[in-house]
Design a protein around this ligand. Structure first.
Ligand code: FEO
Length: 399
């Protein structure tokens, strides 16, 4: 049984959803599932835009058959070669042997690396090349490192549809909904969209900026990403989020406190600081236990807030391992432009603060507040003045 949506005249969503997968890329939890989007255009020629993950291939093939009927498949545009979209390329070639594949030269190289047998059916395209399928003419726009080097996006000049590859995607299965205006995106989806962007594409902010500049020259009416809803209204809302995230600008003035605690003493100090901040009027405060929160959520929240406080126990004379993992992920994803404060704890040789500072100083445009707190085993009355001073410094740095 096929299950598709017509999303514009003669353009169909033929993708599917996966609720079973626990970890996207075998790293990131996706409790709300994920969609793999693929689109099929029926013009004088028939054109498939990207394929899907192997896990939903059967549904995908039924969808294509249901929309094509007796027509042949003439073209397959491959915007992105990551296997969550490219896994079914060979299967399509086997079932539609006359299909021509349109992709960048690097995508062709990746097809060979992944071992696809595609028998010379490839039309290589580069930036600015165009192709007509009948009524619809498309232009190909290179989008290297959004999110892999071979990536491109395809713009349909006839109806203003942008096939945006990984850009403007989101975690979350669609569950019958298709368009951004069929859901309360800002309430129910933005956290997953941010977590998707920051963890998957976050490292490549400058490349996303360059794609946004190119996209600014197009009259885009609809954005068709490879994951998550299709955008047909309020495009500016999501483009603005992408602009902020890719410039590493925080979305909100607020304080994210991440603590690494073994027996609750460092957590108690983190709570003390949170309470002081709220009493001073900064109510936009969130706290996360670094051991209990998957790092993909921590990264997403770190992109959201202007201030990050790291409170960390010393472990084997080093940074507590889950905190070290989080900081290394921040570095890997190129996070920058945050104000950071540090609280270290240790029973005989506290030094997590010094070590965290060294790592943070390596990152771009980070402001690390001078008054760092050192606790020995637990926070006591004689630590209160320095905690109050730290709260004051954080508030002051927000002005
Ligand atoms: Fe959803 Fe980079 O692939």
């Amino acid at each position: 049984m096929y299950c598709v949506r017509e999303i514009a005249e003669n353009l169909y969503w033929v993708g599917g959803n996966d609720h079973r997968l626990a970890l996207f890329e075998n790293i990131h939890p996706i409790p709300r599932g994920v969609s793999y989007n693929s689109y099929l255009l029926l013009d004088e020629k028939t054109v498939l835009f990207d394929t899907v993950d192997w896990s939903i291939c059967r549904q995908f093939l039924e969808n294509i058959k249901g929309v094509l009927g007796d027509r042949p498949l003439d073209y397959m545009v491959i915007n992105h070669m990551e296997p969550d979209h490219a896994a079914c390329i060979e299967e399509i070639v086997l079932r539609y042997p006359n299909v021509n594949i349109i992709c960048t030269p690097k995508a062709l190289l990746f097809m060979q690396q992944f071992g696809f047998h595609i028998d010379g059916k490839v039309i290589e395209v580069k930036e600015g090349d165009t192709m007509s399928f009948g009524k619809h003419e498309v232009v190909f726009v290179e989008a290297p490192m959004v999110h892999w080097p071979e990536a491109m996006v395809t713009y349909d000049t006839t109806n203003g549809v942008l096939f945006s590859a990984d850009a403007f995607g989101s975690f979350g299965a669609l569950d019958g909904k298709m368009f951004n205006d069929e859901m309360n995106f800002d309430r129910d989806w933005i956290d997953d969209a941010r977590r998707y962007y920051t963890n998957i594409v976050g490292k490549y902010g400058p490349h996303v900026q360059s794609l946004l500049k190119k996209a600014g020259g197009l009259d885009i009416k609809m954005i068709c990403p490879l994951h998550g809803p299709v955008w047909r209204s309020d495009l500016g809302y999501f483009i603005d989020k992408y602009d902020k995230w890719s410039r590493y600008e925080p979305e909100e003035k607020g304080v994210m406190i991440v603590y690494g605690t073994m027996y609750g003493n460092t957590e108690a100090a983190a709570s003390d600081l949170a309470t002081r901040l709220v009493k001073k009027g900064m109510t936009n405060v969130v706290m996360y236990d670094v051991s209990k929160t998957h790092v993909s959520y921590l990264i997403s929240e770190t992109f959201k807030y202007s201030h990050v406080i790291l409170a960390c126990v010393t472990y084997n004379l080093n940074i507590y391992p889950p905190m070290l993992g989080y900081i290394m992920d921040m570095k890997a994803l190129n996070l920058q432009k945050r104000t950071v404060a540090l609280i270290e704890n240790g029973s005989w040789a506290p030094q997590s603060g010094k070590l965290m500072r060294e790592l943070l100083e390596d990152m771009k445009d980070m402001t690390i507040l001078e008054n760092e707190i050192t606790l020995t085993s637990s926070m006591k009355e004689n630590d209160e003045d320095s905690m109050e001073d730290l709260a004051d410094s954080i508030i002051e740095s927000m002005k």
